[in-house]
Design a protein around this ligand. Structure first.
Ligand code: AQP
Length: 333
């Protein structure tokens, strides 16, 4: 049985090393396995749950496609498409919002974090974001969803929605409950300014993250300025629990060199951060600089990016509209 892979990235600009290590690098590995059928979506409907500048949103959509391709996703093998261009997503999100329960959504930590203190002023879309995400996934009979650790709770909600729909309408196995694909040892990349906050696009300080469009000098400078503590690098893995910034940098190094934390610690135990940071800069530059250069090259060829989306939108529409017809019958429309 082929695995059916689906995942999405919001075109909200500043795609960063967290998006890459938490999600996009995984997409590339899955794309390269011929046993998989992969669909990767630029989720602009999700993006507008917080206010976006329309012109900027449009250019971020192309930049996200360029990032997928520059990172190694082959549009001939995987479907790359734009969520808003497949109307089934909005329609099924509505139907599923009549299945999902308020109590389930009230538990979502991402809403609490993003809405902040004044949640009365948050959009309804931000609140029901996980229902749209469930629609995205369930429309394609997805079996596996590669995401960062921050999305695990949304995936669990998607499984609950699938099960409740199947039970309510007595259609056993109509929606398949998808499995998350989340890296085990290091799945959440943290801000370079605060090891307890995740690296994120919307963080005001650009020094908090490595953008996938950063050049060599910017990467070296950001790593040099990344927050650390005053101790040398630890010799035991347990020490990392109380040293979030050290854990983050060691995790990034381990991820990019395909090593375990233990192996990295064995290599650098007792050394000072400036020496470690030089090594870290080398591996980050080696991985990210070619992607950054390729993104810039691809952005010069809008027709190529438009063609990828046009083909992908058609393929996705074909699959999703069949599923919508079945849903209509089941619901009684
Ligand atoms: N810091 C992170 N560590 C690991 N994985 C991460 N992801 C995001 N940040 C990290 C994963 O990247 C994928 C795409 O994320 P997204 O663009 O859809 O939205 P997001 O998670 O909201 O990204 P940001 O950077 O945190 O954006 P803002 O600042 O707008 O909130 C997802 O699989 C996500 O898990």
């Amino acid at each position: 049985m082929k695995k059916k892979i689906f995942s999405g990235v919001q075109p909200t600009g500043n795609l960063h090393l967290g998006n890459y290590l938490g999600a996009i690098k995984n997409f590339v590995d899955l794309n390269n396995d011929t046993q998989n059928e992969c669909i990767f979506c630029v989720v602009d409907l999700h993006a507008i749950t917080v206010s976006q500048n329309p012109k900027q949103l449009k250019s971020n959509i192309y930049e996200t496609v360029a990032t997928f391709v520059a990172s190694g996703i082959d549009p001939q093998k995987s479907t790359i498409f734009n969520q808003s261009q497949v109307s089934a997503h909005s329609e099924v999100a509505w139907i599923l919002s009549c299945v999902a329960r308020m109590g389930w959504l009230n538990r979502m930590t991402q809403f609490k974090e993003k809405a902040g203190k004044d949640k009365e002023k948050a959009s309804i879309g931000l609140y029901s974001y996980p229902v749209l995400m469930a629609a995205d996934i369930l429309l394609y009979d997805t079996t596996h969803v590669p995401v960062g650790e921050d999305q695990k709770q949304h995936l669990e909600l998607c499984r609950d929605v699938a099960q409740k729909f199947n039970n309510d309408f007595e259609v056993k196995d109509f929606f398949k409950a998808p499995e998350p694909l989340i890296k085990k040892e290091f799945s959440r990349i943290m801000s370079f300014k605060d090891g307890l906050k995740k690296m994120s696009k919307s963080e005001v300080s650009d020094l908090s993250r490595i953008n996938l469009t950063d050049d060599k000098d910017q990467i070296i400078n950001k790593i040099k300025k990344a927050k650390t503590d005053t101790l040398p690098l630890p010799s035991k893995i347990e020490e990392l629990e109380k040293r979030p910034e050290a854990k983050n940098l060691i995790g990034i190094y381990s991820s990019l060199t395909n090593n375990t934390f233990q192996k990295t610690i064995d290599e650098f135990a007792g050394k000072n951060f400036s020496e470690f940071k030089n090594n870290l800069s080398d591996v980050v530059v080696n991985e990210i600089n070619p992607i950054s250069l390729k993104i810039k090259e691809l952005l010069e060829d809008k027709d190529f990016l438009k063609k990828i989306l046009k083909d992908g939108n058609e393929k996705a529409n074909e699959i999703a509209s069949k599923k919508v017809k079945e849903i209509h019958k089941i619901v009684g429309f």
